[in-house]
Design a binder for this molecule. Structure first.
Ligand SMILES: [Zn+2]
Ligand SMILES: [Zn+2]
Length: 392
């Protein structure tokens, strides 16, 4: 595999140029028009005929060589609403928008792999390169799936890669089972008869009801979830009242939940609903819960994780690959693809977080030194997956 890594090392200057051009032109979720053009043009220059428009700005390119299985390789394209503070010569030209999650690097690594396969054709089967919009909270993966991604481009399995600051530069980590948490958001609307604060018996105290709901919500994780499972329920907003001496007639509570399994997710939603109904009954008020499921948990399957890790070992060496790092409570919309297809979402170490080099930080900088190992992993994981044949 070192020859593949050497190949990417030899074209590293090109890769840096692509990455830095993408970095200068960040676009937010579902607005990746320039980005989509850039990706499609590069793919065409390698000889592909990219298909545009899935999920709005999505781009998919396919290469086939003889009979064999079909594998999906996915990169994300969107940037974040962050004002960049890196002072880099190629910093964002779009004020208030920034590639602060490294999706510029992810696109570059996958484009590099697409170029490699177009030039070498040393594989058997079919590869679909999937460039996906709107990873950051807007579920672009789900949008592509709903637009027929896997009907138009049937794949047996699918892989994703994310740079991970804090993990040794060029190392890899991934595990079987949940890699990233699911996240949901909720709004609780409490309504009832307000009252003079000196005469509470003439109305309802919705703030006291909110306090009851808030404290009861914390019993869900503590008392209802199996202690060996995990989850978080966080109330992050309570809005109600605007006078010293008036009990309000409406209170709004909002927050989010995190969890790794649908069992815990279902349980949290069910218990929240029961707590709200219980408080409504005991206070004689209305409590309406709007529980909105956002991203499912990103769950890696066993066979594909083994393929992803063995591909990583060939690129970085045995001792630079971990299958025991704990999962992250952050979330990722590759989860939608993993709900449809077996696959693996892996982290490639981006090195030190010094100087605020953390994901979603205005001082984050993608580490260009991991472009070559990341691209080499893409080639290796594709080849390994195709060689292993069908999972059936
Ligand atoms: Zn992000
Ligand atoms: Zn990201």
């Amino acid at each position: 595999m070192n020859t593949i890594r050497d190949y990417f090392q030899s074209i590293e200057a090109d890769l840096k140029e692509w990455r830095q051009e993408l970095h200068q032109n960040p676009e937010l979720a579902f607005e990746e028009h320039w980005t989509s053009d850039f990706v499609a043009e590069k793919l065409k220059s390698f000889g592909y005929e990219p298909v545009r428009g899935l999920g709005g700005t999505g781009v998919v390119a396919t290469i086939s060589n003889g009979e064999g299985p079909s594998v999906g390789l996915r990169a994300d394209m969107d940037a974040l609403p962050i004002l960049e503070q890196t002072n880099l010569p190629f910093a964002s030209k779009n004020s208030g928008k920034m590639h602060a999650c490294g999706h510029d690097g992810h696109m570059t690594m996958l484009l590099a792999a697409a170029r490699y396969f177009a030039e070498s054709r040393d594989f058997q089967g079919t590869l679909h390169f999937i460039f996906q919009p709107a990873e950051e909270g807007e579920a672009g993966a789900d949008a592509m799936i709903k637009d027929g991604l896997f009907e138009q481009f049937p794949v047996q399995e699918v892989y994703g890669l994310h740079n991970w600051p804090g993990l040794e530069e060029g190392s890899f980590a991934g595990r079987v089972g949940p890699q990233m948490a699911a996240f949901d958001v909720f709004e609780i609307k409490i309504t009832g008869q307000g009252a003079h604060a000196a005469m509470p018996h003439l109305g309802k105290d919705l703030l006291l009801a909110a306090a009851n709901i808030q404290s009861q919500l914390q019993s869900i994780i503590a008392r209802s979830v199996d202690p060996l499972d995990t989850g978080v329920v966080s109330v992050t907003q309570i809005h109600g009242g605007d006078a010293w001496n008036v009990l309000p007639s409406e209170v709004i509570m909002r927050g989010c939940t995190r969890h790794f399994t649908s069992k815990v997710q279902d349980l949290i939603e069910q218990q929240m609903s029961e707590i709200c109904q219980g408080v409504a009954r005991s206070f004689g008020i209305s409590v309406d819960l709007d529980y909105m499921r956002r991203y499912p948990s990103t769950v890696n399957t066993e066979r594909e994780t083994e393929i992803a890790l063995s591909a990583a070992k060939a690129v970085a060496g045995e001792d630079k690959v971990s299958d025991t790092l704990p999962p992250s409570m952050a979330s990722e919309d590759f989860a939608f693809m993993l709900q449809k297809k077996p696959g693996c979402y892996l982290w490639v170490g981006a090195g030190s977080t010094e100087g605020g080099c953390m994901l979603h930080s205005p001082t984050y900088t993608f580490n260009d030194k991991i472009l070559a190992p990341g691209a080499a992993w893409w080639v290796n994981v594709a080849k390994t997956a195709l060689k292993r044949g069908t999972s059936a």
